[in-house]
Design a protein around this ligand. Structure first.
Ligand code: TMP
Length: 237
């Protein structure tokens, strides 16, 4: 399958048409942004790592019963995926307080929750991805009640799977963001990516950050952290 016309360029990926209207190619870039594009940079090798990590994890999630857009890895940076229309919600699961949760609720980063949390943000860059509850999403026709229920079920299943997977690799899954899409028949599948850009991953022993927070917070060692988390994935795979 070869790349056709470029359909879209996002902050971290490009999307191309293929000969098949139901299939697209996503191509991962090394570009990194934070704070809704305010901070820009490059993380050398990130595109390759995010592509390979996301594909590995999605393959495993499929086996665990979560349908995804993944079809086939075409090269280091390119992957064939099923075409979806994205549900404009960022679905965030948290196991441990960090980031915007810590800030909003005054909870120290690192506090372990007694149960995982879920939240939705309206995927809208102009508005800065505002927090939104399920009633808002349904009222605005962003998703139906049934779709929200399916998305919640899959998101918690992804958490159960990923938490256990990363634990075995010596990594604590703090939180992550998912996006879902609809196939042409309306079926909800996991889309976008699962990578150090979209997850907080801490070394289980040292609590060292092995994710994009190193870039967001200018902690240094950004490339090394991406390499290290990929090494853990490969070692465990
Ligand atoms: P937050 O604490 O900043 O709300 O982030 C929660 C999780 O979502 C964290 O793992 C990083 C991820 N995330 C994205 O993937 N994209 C984004 O635009 C933001 C703000 C967070």
């Amino acid at each position: 399958m070869t790349r056709g016309e470029q359909l879209y360029e996002g902050k971290a990926k490009k999307v191309y048409r293929t000969d098949d209207p139901e299939l697209l190619i996503v191509s991962y870039k090394d570009d990194a942004t934070a704070f809704n594009g305010l901070k820009k940079g490059t993380i050398v090798g990130k595109g390759v790592i995010n592509n390979q990590m996301s594909n590995q994890l999605m393959k495993r999630l499929e086996k665990a019963g979560v349908p995804t857009h993944f079809v086939e890895e075409l090269s280091e940076r390119d992957t064939l995926v099923r075409r979806v229309s994205i549900v404009p919600l960022e679905v965030i699961i948290r196991n441990i307080a960090a980031g915007s949760f810590s800030k909003r609720y005054g909870v120290e980063e690192g506090v372990v929750f007694s149960a995982p949390t879920i939240e939705f943000s309206y995927k809208n860059d102009e508005l800065g991805d505002p927090l939104m509850n399920a009633y808002h999403a349904i009222a605005m026709n962003l998703a139906t009640r049934e779709e929200i229920e399916t998305i919640k079920k899959y998101a918690f299943a992804v958490n159960d799977f990923l938490k256990a997977f990363w634990l075995e690799a010596g990594v604590t899954l703090v939180d992550f963001k998912l996006e879902f899409g609809r196939l042409s028949d309306g079926t909800i599948v996991l889309a976008d990516e699962i990578s150090p850009d979209t997850c907080r991953l801490w070394d289980s022993k040292t609590h060292e950050k092995l994710d994009k927070d190193r870039f967001r917070r200018d902690l240094g060692g950004v490339e090394d952290a991406y390499q290290e988390i990929m090494r853990r994935l490969k070692e465990h795979a």
